[in-house]
Design a protein around this ligand. Structure first.
Ligand SMILES: Nc1ncnc2c1ncn2[C@@H]1O[C@H](COP(=O)(O)OP(=O)(O)O)[C@@H](O)[C@H]1O
Ligand SMILES: [Mg+2]
Length: 269
């Protein structure tokens, strides 16, 4: 579908103000946004302003949850940060590099190398084993031999507690196990950032806690950054920073001073 941009209202018209050119992000941030705006819709009548100018700095090693009512823009924000979609206005920086300056091929390469995605639905390949599903992104990337990919996939599946089920077809695994395979797959190419959109949306409480625990483990090495969109307040509490969205704006951004007890207990000091 071709969007007729000349027919769209400018974001500043919708917002009622103009803003200066994006400022450079804080130098030590891994992901930053400046004045991030997303307009959805192809005509003047149906377009809507989904993100209304967001400034955000995420640092390496942070475990952040993003909360907010349905329709507040959480998924839109996550997809923009992951380079799956382009903003209408404003800038996204990854390690200080503006994404707007990258063509689609470069953006795809950066995305494949730096970002892992976990969705509410696991999107595993049903005809393949857990091991094969986790190996797939590595073989696609071509940085590892088949033997190295096998070894790494085994290690990742061990990390998510599935070391004894690596040769099961994914259809023979439970919902919770499938989501853990999806997490292992998201980690396959050693991404700097894990983006998760409602990763426990289809899971019961015990399995959700399992996923939260795995995220804590991943975040605890201090190198990997996690951004997790969630509806579930118990999940959000496990993160060390909680960002709240409302109607396309950031309305809350605070450190979580009292992470849940299991969280504290499970973290390596
Ligand atoms: N492809 C789309 N077409 C039309 N509207 C959309 C599209 N994607 C998102 N929206 C609208 O943008 C707003 C934010 O959506 P979304 O980011 O999915 O919110 P959340 O993930 O917080 O529930 C909602 O009002 C939604 O209806
Ligand atoms: Mg959503």
């Amino acid at each position: 579908m071709t969007i007729a941009y000349e027919n769209l209202a400018r974001p500043e018209d919708l917002l009622g103000y103009r803003w200066p050119a994006p400022a450079l992000p804080a130098s030590d941030s891994l992901i930053s946004t400046r004045q991030l705006v997303k307009v959805i819709g192809t005509t003047m009548e149906n377009q809507s302003l989904v993100l209304k100018g967001m400034d955000l700095d995420i640092h390496r090693g942070e475990f952040v949850s993003i909360v907010g009512a349905s329709g507040s823009g959480k998924s839109t924000l996550l997809y923009l940060l992951g380079g799956l979609d382009r903003p209408t206005h404003g800038e996204i920086y990854i390690s200080g590099l503006p994404l707007s300056g990258m063509n689609d091929a470069t953006l795809t390469a950066v995305r494949n190398q730096t970002i892992g995605f976990v969705f509410q639905f696991h999107f595993l390949l049903p005809e393949f084993t857990a091991l094969e599903n986790v190996m797939m992104p590595m073989l696609k990337m071509g940085h590892r031999t088949k033997r190295e990919a096998t070894e790494h996939a085994n290690q990742l599946l061990g990390q998510v507690g599935l070391g004894n089920k690596t040769h099961r077809r994914t259809t023979d695994l439970s919902g919770g196990e499938q989501q853990r395979v999806a997490i292992a797959r998201a980690l396959a190419n050693d991404p700097d950032v894990l983006l998760a959109d409602e990763p426990t949306g289809n899971l019961d409480k015990a399995n959700s806690q399992n996923v939260a625990h795995i995220f804590e483990e991943i975040a605890s090495d201090g190198d990997r950054t996690i951004l997790m969109v969630t509806h579930d307040p118990h999940m959000a509490e496990r993160a060390f920073r909680v960002i709240t969205l409302d109607d396309g704006r950031i309305v809350g951004d605070h450190k979580n001073p009292h992470p849940s007890p299991t969280n504290t207990a499970s973290r390596k000091s």
